[in-house]
Design a protein around this ligand. Structure first.
Ligand SMILES: [Zn+2]
Length: 464
């Protein structure tokens, strides 16, 4: 206690350094050096050295004597200079806690500086610090008096708003603040899960690297919704592997990015999909491992050989004689011509429906559906819930319902409403050309390899 008192006496009385701060800052190796410094200080106090040395920790905690004996004293001035510099800089790192206030956060950061508080509360950029979410890292440097030298914090991005680092810097007795885009570290993560009850219980499981980010779960559903109906098809024993990117800063995940590849085994059938990034943007999307777009374009015509006899336009209805919107496209064809599913999907309806006569409605990915009317008969096995692939025959041209002769009435619906297919961009994706395919294959090979690592040995891929 003797040593401590003397130190206190020769310190600047405005110095607010506390013993607590020291305990936070001192590493075990630094501890010894600081204690030595305390010993030096005893020697220089008498000469009126600036009193900025902090309080030493409680003497009872520390092996003062033995350390003091190790002290070398040949260049006292150098050591004091070094000490001075060292001790005037305090760098703290703190995470925002639930219910934190700016005052509480700054207090933990060792900031005792009303000007800084005022600046953060009023400056347009610096204000961002007050919007930090729980868990976010804040770093600050203060001098020995608790005056803020600088403060860094990262505002987390969302998809519309890239993340940025706010820097508040002291310039004399003023502050400046700026916000610069942050460089996030990109990581590739892999997860492998068995489904025992629901998709969400599998994605929420904290085993194997923890819970999957919500945005990744949404992408899994989106990615396989062309093939799997997640409301009704998911079954115990299903399994999925997923490779996705995450973005990190200061050791914490800022956000999840895109799924780079996924494979989902549903009822014994494995569906795979890999992201292809097209620098031109046009062809970016998910593809099967053999390079076919997952959300592939719909067939322009459900009939192999046909001509459009009536387009999507106003016309006089051939039976009622009234002018009205023709909400579909009529393809003239001989009775019995096979009708093909224009895209992968699930049968939503197969039966008789008013003027449509025999009609099949297919549900596709997103909220797209297609309808095929006036059929003479259905293909075998057409009933609600049956999965069809693009090009599968679903029925045959006829003239059932309100039809003057054999033709197919074809509708392309978005959220249940018929649209003119030629006006929909989504239907126009071209297959990958040769050079795109070459680049795609490199990406796909990398993902195939990653999946091989995730798959239990001896598990073969199910054929689609
Ligand atoms: Zn029609």
């Amino acid at each position: 206690m003797f040593k401590r008192q003397i130190l206190t006496d020769c310190m600047n009385p405005t110095n607010k350094i506390t013993g607590k701060r020291w305990s936070g800052l001192l590493g075990t190796t630094r501890k010894a050096r600081i204690i030595s410094a305390g010993a030096i200080f005893l020697a220089v106090c008498a000469f009126g050295a600036a009193g900025v040395a902090p309080l030493a920790p409680d003497v009872s905690d520390l092996p003062v004597k033995s350390v003091a004996q190790d002290l070398e004293l040949p260049n006292l001035a150098d050591q004091i200079a070094a000490l001075d510099q060292d001790q005037q800089q305090f760098i703290h790192e703190e995470r925002v806690r639930p219910g934190d206030t700016l005052a509480a956060l700054l207090n933990r950061l060792g900031v005792d500086d009303p000007d800084a508080v005022n600046f953060i509360k009023t400056d347009k950029v610096a204000k961002g610090v007050m919007q930090l979410r729980t868990g976010k890292l804040v770093k600050a440097q203060t001098d020995a008096n608790g005056e803020l030298q600088w403060l860094h914090a990262t505002i987390v991005d969302n998809l519309d708003n890239p993340s940025k680092q706010i820097s508040i810097t002291r310039k004399g007795d003023k502050f400046i603040a700026d916000a610069a885009p942050t460089k996030l570290e990109r990581r590739i993560e892999m997860r492998s899960r068995d489904i025992t009850s629901s998709l969400y219980s599998a994605t929420d499981a904290t085993t194997d690297g923890g819970k999957l980010p919500d945005t990744i779960v949404a992408q899994i559903i989106e990615m396989f919704s062309t093939s799997i109906d997640f409301r009704s098809d998911i079954k115990r024993g299903d399994h999925f592997n997923v490779v996705y990117e995450t973005f990190w800063q200061d050791g914490e995940m800022v956000r999840a990015g895109r799924i780079l590849a996924g494979e989902f085994t549903n009822r014994g059938v494995t569906y795979q999909s890999v992201w292809f990034e097209d620098p031109a943007g046009k062809q970016s999307g998910y593809y099967t491992f053999d390079g076919k777009a997952v959300k592939k374009s719909f067939l322009k015509s459900p009939l192999e050989f046909s001509r459009i006899s009536s387009g999507f336009s106003m016309r006089v209805h051939p039976i009622s004689g009234e002018w009205k919107q023709h909400k579909g496209i009529d393809f003239a064809a001989a009775l019995g011509t096979p009708i093909r599913a224009s895209g992968d999907g699930v049968v939503d309806f197969a039966g008789v429906q008013g003027g449509y006569g025999n009609i099949v409605v297919l549900k596709h990915w997103a909220n797209y559906s297609t309808a095929y009317g006036h059929m003479s008969r259905f293909a075998p096995g057409m009933r609600k819930g049956v999965r069809v692939h693009q090009g599968d025959v679903i029925g045959y041209v006829g003239a059932t319902g309100w039809a003057t002769g054999p033709h197919l009435h074809y509708e392309f619906r978005v959220a249940g409403v018929a649209h003119d297919p030629s006006s929909l961009k989504v239907l126009a994706q071209d297959p990958l050309n040769q050079s795109e395919m070459a680049r795609f294959q490199v990406a796909a090979a990398d993902m195939t390899h990653r999946f091989a690592l995730l798959r239990p040995s001896g598990t073969a891929m199910a054929a689609r």
